[in-house]
Design a protein around this ligand. Structure first.
Ligand SMILES: CC(C)(COP(=O)(O)OP(=O)(O)OC[C@H]1O[C@@H](n2cnc3c(N)ncnc32)[C@H](O)[C@@H]1OP(=O)(O)O)[C@@H](O)C(=O)NCCC(=O)NCCS
Length: 154
């Protein structure tokens, strides 16, 4: 259990594809992104493949999944331990403002610490005020800005 009464944060289970996909779809909608069935299958299988460093925690409240976070470990040229990249974070709209995202981030940070990671880090959109209000209480702003060049799109 967590500091939020009734809430459990734990790894997603292989029998929870439908609930995970409901949250994942809502998150993709938030970003107006589309990911097809083949890629969804691949992501789901990666989450349960011990050789792939992609993981998911879910927030369970009274038997229902109400939040998710995906996180990835990768090597760093700067530190002996890995870095942990928190890629996706989502709380179901009806469960917001209860500390669920905070609990999900803390769970990833704790897992990363146990894995010997040097840091956990994440990105957000400049105009994502709710997310930034939370993040400002949990971590430092790096001062870096992100550049990216797509290599597989036309
Ligand atoms: C951002 C998001 C994950 C926050 O989830 P959440 O479970 O509601 O967040 P929490 O309850 O843990 O937030 C705790 C703190 O964040 C801030 N916060 C969260 N939502 C807020 C909002 N709508 N307005 C203002 N502050 C907010 C508050 O400081 C809050 O502290 P408080 O409980 O002392 O008031 C959720 O709004 C969401 O899923 N949004 C859509 C997807 C998204 O933006 N994901 C993050 C992408 S980087």
């Amino acid at each position: 259990m967590t500091a939020v009464p009734g809430l459990a944060i734990r790894a997603v289970r292989p029998d929870e594809r439908a609930a995970w996909e409901g949250l994942w779809s809502a998150y993709l909608d938030f970003y107006r992104a589309t990911i097809g069935p083949e890629m969804r299958d691949l992501t789901w299988s990666r989450l349960h493949d011990p050789l792939v460093p992609l993981h998911a925690f879910v927030a369970e409240d009274e038997g229902a999944l109400v939040g998710l976070v995906h996180y990835i470990f990768h090597a760093s040229a700067w530190t002996r331990g890995p870095y942990c990249y928190l890629q996706d974070l989502f709380t179901a709209p009806s469960s917001r403002g209860r500390g669920i995202a905070r609990a999900l981030i803390e769970a990833v940070a704790s897992e990363a610490r146990h894995a010997g990671a040097d840091r956990v880090y994440w990105l957000t959109m400049e105009d994502n005020a709710p997310a930034r209000a939370l993040y400002d209480t949990l971590a430092d702003r790096s001062g870096f800005i992100q550049y990216r060049r797509f290599l597989t799109r036309g």
